[in-house]
Design a protein around this ligand. Sequence first.
Ligand SMILES: Nc1ncnc2c1ncn2[C@@H]1O[C@H](COP(=O)(O)OP(=O)(O)OP(=O)(O)O)[C@@H](O)[C@H]1O
Length: 240
Amino acid sequence: MIRTCGLSKSFGAKRVLDSVDLTVATGESLCVIGQSGTGKSVLLKCILGLERPDAGQVLWNGQPLDRARFMARFGMLFQGAALFDSLSVWQNVAFRLRQRMDDRRARAIALDKLARVGLASDIADLMPAQLSGGMAKRVGLARAIADDPAVIFFDEPTTGLDPIRARAIDALIRGIVTETGATAITITHDMASCRIIGDRVALLADGRIAHDGPVADMDRAPALAGFLGIPSAGVGDHAR
Ligand SMILES: Nc1ncnc2c1ncn2[C@@H]1O[C@H](COP(=O)(O)OP(=O)(O)OP(=O)(O)O)[C@@H](O)[C@H]1O
């Protein structure tokens, strides 16, 4: 379980996070949505320990998050995949594995993870520049799950993809999260993606959690009407 308690962060006079309380149960998939500039990335960085909050804390399984231990147990799919240009596909996927096992074993695991995301072994020796955007995203996903993480972060996983490839990535993410039982936190603007990936959706607005509820109920949540592109009055009627 991951829990943020009273997480606050300002930059100068700008209060970006204002006492954010969020809980993600073990094995649960939470999507965090919010307009551009509302602090989703700052929230993610605070959870990952890349930004120090001004107040509040992050708990992992009930204890203050120990960054060193956590880093070994989390995976991340970066926006734009963020592959290392100078490493081949399999070397990207096996990046962390190679720090603790020989290349033969690491490559075998990388090929297995590539297969899991729908990529054939013949791309293993390609370089990132030779991949399409959709393939690069899949390679990024294979890297995120290479070390069987307990917690996976997906940062805008469908940004830059056409709707067909976006839904395919969503389905892969949902399948992987369900299969592995990993806890998942996804930052996204894509409501179609939320419906597939998420169990719960939280809306970050003005530094606070303005809505937090099951994805199944999101069409009836007035706070989400703006994101769903429907009038807030009679939200449920329009959604049906
Ligand atoms: N290191 C920093 N120094 C100063 N301001 C920052 C810093 N990091 C983020 N901010 C500010 O915090 C606010 C929230 O930024 P953040 O990147 O978290 O937004 P976001 O919700 O992720 O946006 P987007 O959806 O466009 O990625 C913005 O106003 C941004 O300018």
